[in-house]
Design a protein around this ligand. Sequence first.
Ligand code: OGA
Ligand code: NI
Length: 450
Amino acid sequence: RQQNPFLPLCSVLVVLSSVHCAHCRPAKSSGGAVQGSPGTEAGGRRGDSAAGLAEETLPSMRGDALRATSSLKRANNQGDRAPGSAKKHSRTSMADESWRLPNSVQQLAANMQEPPSQYLLREQELLGANLAGAEMPEPVPTIDLGLLSASNDPEEAAKLRSALQTWGFFQVSNHGMEASMMDSVFTASREFFQLPLEEKKKCSNLIDGKHFQVEGYGNDQVRTQDQRLDWSDRLHLRVEPEGGRNLDHWPTHPKSFRDDLHEYALKCKGIRDDILRAMPKILKLDADCLVNQFNSNAPTFARFNHFPPCPRPDLVLGIKPHADFPALTVLLMDNDVAGLQYLRDGTWYNVPAACDHTLLINIGLTMEIMTNGIFTGPMHRVVTNADKERISVAMFYGVDPEQEIGPMAHLLSEEQPAQYRKMKAKDLLVLHHEHYAGGRGPRIADTLKI
Ligand code: OGA
Ligand code: NI
């Protein structure tokens, strides 16, 4: 099965080649284990010995069982590194891999009083602040895209420039997509997440119920034991190029889902192009220079995010801090429930819930590098809500994975030298995921500067 490396932030590309022992079966938890989705063996190579795990055994390795075995993990990991220790696998060494198995957050939310420890931010991650966020000092910049595209209206262009240079995100109104289409996609998403888990798992992101892949329904790959997990489930689908769609992962319920997504993607691409043509003009570049960066292999991924209510919104994030990787993100947000926050000058600001059928646009690392840092891809995160679920639909527009990403030549001069080194998109993506999987640290863009 083809694996396209262009996946949104929280998904993980690199398949870890961890050691498994086919003979060691996990000890059944003695009760109290959370019954989550079935085995999400994220760490093993396809076809490796982790296949020895019976699907029905894996759910018992969660929750309390994770905590119960935690003290054994370190000792065993050290053992694994010691020469000749490969033979020393015991029952506990298999159980040690249990931290790789994410739960269905929706099920956790339904069953749990307290989120498991993997979801709780640590003291130093909270940095003494709460997750409540500050009110934005001004309304979200809103660009009338129809006006900007049709007449290159100077006022709208100035707003766009200012939004990109201060926040790195903005809303678009008058974008040409019917409100009814946005409502349909949103309703179809909600109905999908409301389906029984067994039904959603027909679109699972786990091959054979065990091995992580980038597309499908589930959670992000758990790469390290200290990775904080996001309080969200998601459905992640490659939408473009159209020939690269893998319909195995596309829901058949609700019935309208596939058609809705297809129509939505077509319209969204038009909006993407309008934005990509408006941006160069404010840099005094040829209007097509950004659109031309997207060839027929340029991938578009749709990511449907579901944030169930969380009993500890003060300690748990829906999506950990990150900057998006692709060039542009088009986000369809919940009309009722806010949760998205952007970082600016060290403060996290709350973005209010969507209104008037606007779409939220933010630029990503790819665009930051192409514009030589004139526009920066903003850090953002999603907080959770104690009482209400939240849904969002992100469309991620990347460039061909084989393409070199570097600052556009027309922006460079002796006074304005290239700030970033050139790199193939697919190689940059690997760095990106390694950087943000831990959920800490500065923007990756700052570490890529020459
Ligand atoms: C994302 C993201 C924001 C949101 O999926 O990368 O940042 O509001 N989503 O769901
Ligand atoms: Ni994002």
